[in-house]
Design a protein around this ligand. Sequence first.
Ligand code: ADP
Ligand code: ZN
Ligand code: ZN
Length: 671
Amino acid sequence: MSLSSQTILHVAIFKPLRHCFDYLLPDNENTSSLKPGIRLLVPFGKTQVVAVLLAVNQTSCIPPEKLKPITAILDEEPIFTPAIFELYQWASRYYQHPIGEVILGTLPVLFRTLSKKNPTKKIIPKALLVTPRQTQSPLALNSDQQTAVEKINSAPGFETFLLEGVTGSGKTEVYLQVIAQVLEKNKQALVLVPEIGLTPQTIARFEQRFSVPIIALHSKLTNAQRRDAWIRASRGEAKIIIGTRSAIFTPFTNLGVIILDEEHDQSFKQQSGFRYSARDLAIVRGRLENIPVILGTATPCLETFYNSDTGRYTRLLLPLRAGSALMPSFHLLDLRSKQLEHGLDPQLITVMREHLQQGNQVLLFLNRRGYAPVLMCHACGWSAQCLRCDARLTLHHRPQRLVCHHCDKEYAMLKICGACHSPELFHLGVGTERLEHGLKAHFPYTEIIRIDRDTIRHKDAMEHALTQIIDGKNQILIGTQMLAKGHHFPNVTLVGVVETDSGLYSTDFRATERMGQLILQVAGRAGRAEKPGQVFLQTHQPDNILLQTLIHQGYAAFAKVLLEERKKAYWPPFSYLALLRAETKKEKSALDFLLKVKDISKDISKDIKLLGPIPALMERKAGFFRAVLLFQACDRQVLQRYLSALMLRIEALKIKGRVRWSLDVDPGEMG
Ligand code: ADP
Ligand code: ZN
Ligand code: ZN
């Protein structure tokens, strides 16, 4: 083969490597079938792997004698659309993540695994079965909903909307009616939700409304079903796809709208590997496809709030609850010097009794599972710690054991102190299990339903519990944030927030914002139908200004105060952040590594502020020592250029010992 006629295939491979992978096209293959986005089978080391074609070139950065030919072409047509291809490339650049992991890591697994019998087998999905459904008619919109629907439907192309509607204001009805118009134009809709297993009610509402093929991408789908869903969306057969964050990469032939429900939810940010934000990618994708994007929430995250305040997003307000429901009333319970009963103010127990006697439900929110968060020695003050983390162990009663909530390791219950061997061990603090136990004594004849990661281990358990709650009367519901999200419980009239203050102490600059969101979300479960709701918050800081603003003036006022603080402290959205995390088995090595990174990055740019390195908030976790280095910039592009240069330098570093490191652009958590 002569050099001039050489066809070089630039591909992506599922490896965490940044350098490029090039292969040769064998002489007998035809270049006309080589569209970027098709899959190829290529030799890699001693094995064969699936690769995705990125580009066809004449030259390579690899010496020609080292190039190998591909083994086979697997697809005739690309497995994703040009818009998705652009989205992948954008995400790889923006998050500084190897393109191979970005593409192959977000594709349905079966697209990158080889069939043993026939590795070059073509994929033919089964025909889609359309089962005609009974459809429910749309509700008559109130004027705020009407305005929202009209504005969204009249968007000429790309536009980001913040649908800021209080809990129970009928945001879902707005989504449904926007989608109805999208379907009329024979286009498709993508709906992203935080945790699909937790929201069967939402999915049911979509299925009851439309008689078009809808696919919910939930965790119970098999790999084959997942691949078929992908293909059906890309062929235009599936009209509505509902999924969690990774569904943002689903290809569509004719996408008409992207809806992100509960946009403030942290689960839209991937916290490991390829750390993308599905919310931010939804907006990028909306621009690429030239379609509207709707971010819906009662409690927008501060970045989103700021973007709507400055006019980048169009703000649509639903200030009132839909139908006849009213917003709940808020009451602070001052815990100072009070004798608590299993963590509860006796006054709250009295109020609970009143609501239950009227046949209503009571929801208690406590974001800590287990029986008690501390097991302590009365003789010497020692407390049970995880051997692999800088963390205390949580006591669980049924079954009795000690559990680390950071690495999930379980330990047998201790009979004696680990330091002085005294048998006098006692527990401190309250978790959901203890709350349930304590309430059984107060309300022996009331059904108590606890919802946390220990009682709800799979999707069916959640569905069962939700049915039990929706059909039930005078019950007590106890739950962690699993119970706070998006559910519609018509019989809940009282919400008690057992621990309000934890968010006021954290060192994470996002902690207060999250506390406010969580409180309003939980509070939003109260009084969603005809019966008015009450919310009681237990606090040791009843005069706290932020708390007062939140409950008396609402989320927007609260967000404005927080934004002022962010501005003074130069935190996002007034600056842009990237966090470099490192972890090592050996103490100090992670910190040393980051010091070295700091050293080699000194001359890249003067416009980047480096903070750290410092040990992570929890320095040791699951047996690793962790440290962080923060990069801060006032301009996104400046930060991006800096990070690209930095990645090359880090990869060229000769490091002694094994260091696991990762870069997090726009980090959600600082630890
Ligand atoms: P959100 O998503 O904002 O929390 P939902 O869409 O779940 O609110 O609506 C809350 C309740 O109000 C639901 O029971 C819904 O059926 C009802 N609802 C929504 N819009 C209307 C309307 N225009 N008229 C009457 N009831 C409505
Ligand atoms: Zn002791
Ligand atoms: Zn642990």
